[in-house]
Structures are given as C-alpha cells and as structure tokens.
Design a binder for this molecule. Structure first.
Ligand SMILES: Cc1cc2nc3c(=O)[nH]c(=O)nc-3n(C[C@H](O)[C@H](O)[C@H](O)COP(=O)(O)OP(=O)(O)OC[C@H]3O[C@@H](n4cnc5c(N)ncnc54)[C@H](O)[C@@H]3O)c2cc1C
Ligand code: FES
Length: 288
C-alpha cells in the first residue's frame, strides 16, 4: 500500500500526487513508470514517474483524468492509500553518448513525462531547450518547473492565448532551420505529435526518442498487451521501452491498437455512471 502525502490540481483535469514509496524512490530514473491499482478489484494503469525524492522516499505522478481509474484517482486526497503501487518499471531514458544539447518536446499532459527528462538532462550538464505545447492557456502545466531546468523554454498554444501561437513541430522546425544543432530530441505527448516531431527531425538525422503509451496490463513482458512495431520488429514497450527511436516506430499501428477499446471504455463511464459510484464506495471502504 502507498499513502498519498500531497495533492495538487495543476489544471482542471490534471492532478499531481506525491506518494510514499521509498523503495521505488530509491531506484527510480527518468523515463521509468509505475503501475498502480486503486483497490484489489481495480484495473492496473501505468503512470510515469514525474519526479522522485530519495530522501523523503516519495514518488510524484501527474495524470490527466480521462476515464474511470484516473477519475477515481483524482478524487483521492492526501492521507488516502493506493492498494498497489509497483515500480520502477521500464528502461530509463538513454540519450546518445556525449549529447551536449537536447530539445525536449512535450505535448499536453505529455509535459508531465517530459519534465523528468529535462531535469535529468540539465543535471547532466547539457544545454536543454524545452518546447511545451498546449491547446490553450487554461491547461498549461509545469511552466515554472520547466523554466528552472531549461536554458530556453518555448510555450506554444494552438490558439495563441499563452506563449507563442502554433504547433510544437513548427517551433522545432524553426529552431533547427535557424542553425541550432541538437544532439538529440525527446518527444512525449499525443501519438500524432510524436509522429510529426520524428518526421521533422528525420531529414536532419537528429536522433529522436519518443515515449510510447500502448495499453499495458502486467508491465513485465508477460501479457503482450503493449506490443509495438519498431524498425519492423515486435517490441514490448513495458520492458524494451517505453522510449524508442521515433524514426523507426510504426505510429499508425500504435494509434489503431490504442483505439481498440475506446468505445468500450467510453461506455463503461457513460452507460454506467453508477459503476463509478460503486467503485468510489468500494474505494472508500478500502480506505477504511
Ligand atoms: C508507460 C506509460 C506511461 C504513462 N504515463 C502517464 C502519465 O504520466 N500521465 C497520464 O496522464 N497518463 C499516462 N499514461 C496513460 C494512462 O495510463 C492512461 O491515461 C490511463 O490508463 C487511463 O485509464 P482510465 O481508466 O482512467 O481511462 P480509460 O477510459 O480506461 O482509458 C482512456 C485511455 O487511456 C488509455 N489506457 C487505458 N487503459 C490503459 C492501460 N492499462 N495502459 C495504458 N493505457 C491505457 C487508452 O488510450 C484509453 O483510450 C501512460 C501510459 C503508459 C503506457
Ligand atoms: S504490459 Fe504486458 S507485456 Fe507489456
């Protein structure tokens, strides 16, 4: 069991939770994730380790409430417990040897996953540019945190209500065209965004890492649920990733596989609002 020690709403649908998990905090590295289950009958969901504090023995997760489990998780308060909180899972991010200047590109809640990458690169003495993209000002997250761990921060919004108007790929293209030589680009966000960032960097031969988010169940390479095609080979994102070479990923296949259960997931929430109440009640009982 893992106790929540801090809760912060970052925007109307994105929540930060700091959770007591000393063994995970001791080993966690940027790029890794945890799998949690709210109670004994809950579903397992993977969330990236957005930050960790080895001394306090805590791990921070940042998530968007998109469906049943993330909505219930967002409803928990400091002091509540999460039944299972397992990790660190996956391989830590590995940038090309000797990389000196990197560009970290985050999209929406993907910025929560991009933040530890930026922090880690900065900690290793690299020059770090961050491009953080959002639909509009009201959902901008982690701006100050990114500023603290980057040399240049470019906030982009689709509607121009904050930062610069435009897509993250447009900004990246303009920085590269202006002559900045990146040793690596890391892109984390919606699948189409990662696909088009990879397409932007490919003609320049800039190594590009993307963090993939297929459906995961066990997180240990046993179930095959998270398989993705990279360079024509089948990989399991939970043990071979979640980071992969963006120039080799079959993004269209990933998009199709992730859409497989979308109708069913929507029905779970819409047709059975009572299910949410039932689960919330069960969770309250579990909290004792
Ligand atoms: C390695 C990894 C790291 C992730 N890190 C973060 C993070 O830091 N912050 C964040 O907001 N989200 C993250 N996600 C996505 C997060 O796991 C899903 O949003 C969550 O599982 C949704 O569950 P739900 O029950 O609330 O919604 P549902 O209604 O069940 O699903 C909504 C959507 O979430 C995805 N999803 C559902 N179940 C799973 C599952 N078991 N595994 C993966 N995706 C699923 C599907 O695309 C689905 O369409 C990550 C995913 C992966 C694979
Ligand atoms: S989640 Fe089961 S093999 Fe990766």
């Amino acid at each position: 069991m893992a106790r929540i020690v801090r809760k912060q709403a970052l925007n109307p649908s994105v929540t930060l939770l700091e959770v007591e998990a000393p063994l995970i905090a001791k080993k966690a590295q940027a790029g890794q994730f945890i799998i949690l289950r709210l109670d004994e009958q809950g579903e397992r969901i993977p969330l990236t380790i957005a930050d960790f504090d080895r001394e306090r023995g805590t791990v921070t997760i940042i998530f968007q409430a998109v469906g049943l489990t993330t909505r219930l998780l967002a409803g928990l308060e400091a002091g509540s417990v999460i039944a299972d909180f397992v990790g660190p899972l996956g391989r830590p991010t590995e940038l090309p040897q000797g990389a000196r200047r990197v560009c970290i590109v985050g999209g929406g809640v993907g910025c929560a996953i991009a933040y530890p990458q930026a922090k880690c690169c900065k900690g290793q003495g690299m020059t770090v540019d961050v491009i953080a993209g959002f639909r509009s000002r009201d959902i901008v997250i982690l701006e100050e945190e990114f500023r603290a761990v980057s040399d240049h921060l470019y906030v982009m919004t689709d509607d121009g209500s904050w930062g610069e108007r435009g897509l993250v790929t447009e900004k990246l293209q303009s920085l590269i065209a202006a002559g900045i030589r990146y040793d690596a680009v890391v892109a984390i966000g919606p699948i189409p965004m990662m696909k088009f960032v990879s397409r932007t960097t490919e003609p320049y031969g800039i190594p590009t890492l993307v963090s993939l988010n297929p459906i995961m169940i066990d997180g240990t390479g046993m179930c095959g649920g998270c398989r993705v095609t990279v360079g024509g080979e089948m990989k399991f994102a939970c043990v071979d990733g979640p980071d992969f070479d963006g120039h080799l990923v079959d993004f269209d296949e990933l998009m199709n596989r992730n859409a497989l259960y979308r109708d069913r997931e929507a029905r779970e929430v819409e047709r059975h609002p009572c299910r949410m109440e039932q689960m919330a009640r069960r969770l309250a009982e579990f909290q004792g």
